[in-house]
Design a protein around this ligand. Structure first.
Ligand SMILES: [Zn+2]
Length: 258
């Protein structure tokens, strides 16, 4: 706990999460299409009208407009408010559980990038390099400023660098073995770079725990999709990025915030 969790501060963190969640939606929509994230302002994908600022307030506008565009009445995906709310609650949880302000800032950025990566991978089966690779320097910076553990800075930095290298090599190895066994691309290079970034934040042990939790959640989800909901078949591609992100989301709490 950083401060004594003044209600005003908690509210500020929550609203910040809502606004950044709204920006995450912009990133998710525009980055895979190579569109500028600044210009033009938000437009309705259906009628192309510019969305007025008061129609663009996170969650509240969605409720007031009953999930429809203010101009043409086209349904707005539930994804928008869900991502806003998820980001806000993540930030709030990280804030309450953080020991220092540095921890709060770095872990929030880490989780934020994971949210964006997960949704992009879910829709487009790609993980933009910009996000996965930027996790590596961010993770190393975190190891320099992090005061959660009593290790010396050199130990922390080498933990972070080793984690990044280990994450990268481990997933290269898994995709190599997977290719031999399944005779097709089981894991993309995007997952490998993402795991390297996760390793920079969580170290070697964090990579192992992330891979374990990620594989476990991916297996359980696949079983549900294939055998219970019957919406996927055995040889359908299921992106691994969201599960790696979920695994590291849980690991970051186990490592830093418990
Ligand atoms: Zn519209």
């Amino acid at each position: 706990m950083i401060f004594n969790n003044h209600l005003f501060l908690l509210l500020f963190v929550f609203i910040l999460g809502l606004c950044l969640g709204s920006f995450a939606n912009v990133l998710i929509f525009r980055i895979p299409k190579n569109l500028s994230i600044i210009k033009p302002g938000s437009t309705c994908p259906s009628c192309k009208n510019t969305i007025k600022w008061f129609h663009n307030i996170p969650v509240i506008s969605y409720i007031l407009l009953k999930g429809k565009c203010g101009y043409c009445g086209t349904k707005i995906s539930l994804q928008y408010p869900l991502i806003e709310i998820f980001t806000a609650f993540s930030f709030l949880l990280i804030f309450i559980k953080s020991n220092t302000i540095t921890e709060f800032l770095f872990i929030s950025v880490f989780v934020y990038i994971l949210i964006v990566i997960s949704v992009i991978d879910y829709y487009y089966f790609i993980i933009p390099d910009f996000f996965s690779i930027s996790l590596i320097p961010l993770g190393i910076l975190f190891s320099i400023f992090n005061k959660t553990f009593e290790d010396s800075i050199m130990v922390q930095i080498s933990n972070s660098v080793l984690g990044a290298v280990f994450g990268f090599l481990l997933l290269i190895l898994i995709s190599f073995v997977g290719k031999i066994i399944f005779k097709k691309e089981a894991m993309g290079l995007g997952d490998t770079k993402l795991m390297s970034g996760i390793g920079a934040f969580l170290g070697v042990k964090g990579v192992i725990l992330t891979l374990f939790l990620g594989s476990l959640s991916a297996t359980m989800t696949s079983i549900v999709l294939i055998y219970i909901m019957k919406t996927k078949k055995w040889n359908d591609y299921i992106p691994f990025g969201p599960f790696l992100s979920l695994g590291s989301f849980l690991t970051v709490f186990l490592c830093y915030l418990l």
